[in-house]
Design a protein around this ligand. Sequence first.
Ligand code: ACO
Length: 402
Amino acid sequence: GFDIGKLRAQTGLVTLDSGFGNTAACESAITYLDGERGILRYRGYPIEQLAEHGTFLETAYLLINGELPTVDELAGFRDEITQHTLLHEDVKRFYDGFPRDAHPMAMLSSVVSALSTFYQDSHNPFDERQRHISTIRLLAKLPTIAAYAFKKAAGHPVVYPRNDLGYVENFLRMTFSVPAEEYALDPVVVNALDKLLILHADHEQNCSASTVRMVGSSQANLFVSISAGINALWGPLHGGANAAVLEMLESIQAQGGDVDSFITKVKNKEQGVRLMGFGHRVYKSFDPRAKIIKTAAHDVLSALGKSDELLDIALRLEERALSDDYFVSRNLYPNVDFYTGLIYRAMGFPTSMFTVLFALGRLPGWIAQWHEMINDPSTRIGRPRQIYTGVAERPYLPVEQR
Ligand code: ACO
């Protein structure tokens, strides 16, 4: 058949597609996304059904293995993960070296990268056993790494994982328990966080997943590929948006809650101000995750008995934007990040941890895509082309003649 790669090589034809808006870099059977109709499915299962009835661990299993687990498979998966939640004691010393005000995302990516120094027995992406154990280690250890990052900032001693607790319960307890007081697990909080992690678990070729694939395409090990993905996620146009939304809401609150003048600023593109938590490269109608999260925000806040003035500001912002031609004509709707920060805040997380929570959720998607890439015989090293716009050839001049 027709081979566009060969044609390009022969003709020198190169497409310039900034941000890869129209260029597919791989084939994938993991996540289906229809941005026009607001549809998101993991391995064929609608996101709404997984969020309503599923758990994060079975969603992780589904993404990575392609099928929902049976009772026995799920129990086996959970047991295996539980056995690997501890960090090597030497890993704790990394946290001693970080400054107290270090951003948790920087600690997260550094420590995940450092796992490759502790587990040199699982660097070979083509060895199935090594791939499996590095997958389990990452899923098991990322909540512990994240909780330790939180403890570092709080100045509290770390809390070790407990094997009798579920994935999310364990993470919440490691984060919020202090020696003087055991954190009281609240099913409302546990279930809401589990649901949020499901909603973040994969989103096909987003910036961080593409980064994981790009780094992984050089056959670098899984730990460093995931570490690169965490760094890509940190930026405010990607996972960092959940923190940026909260900062935006707080600054509007500090200025008396004036939503109209903020919207005017955005429309005038004053200093590049954007309505954070709005807009998406692919969704051009609505983000199905945002719908679920908006309802969850109401539920969690009322269940926890917290009224949040910021939620009120967010609702007014959304209403105002959705009736404004600037946003309507550009197909800008709330995305997954618009309401998540309010929920995380009600749960007790500081803003700096929001993107870490996104990373915990996204981990199975990154891992699933890395496996898919490694297993795909058509994978080649990621190496985009460019259109050179620099100076044509010129002769070198010795320094004293310039
Ligand atoms: N507020 C105001 N205007 C916006 C916004 C926004 N949030 N998003 C896009 N626009 C405008 C742009 O200024 C541009 O207008 P123009 O045609 O007059 O120049 C137009 O809409 C198209 O925007 P692009 O930046 O070209 O869209 P792109 O697909 O490249 O960007 C992105 C998508 C990065 C998500 C963008 O909408 C954005 O910056 N949103 C705010 C940050 C955010 O919430 N990110 C989270 C994304 S979801 C995720 O990662 C989980």
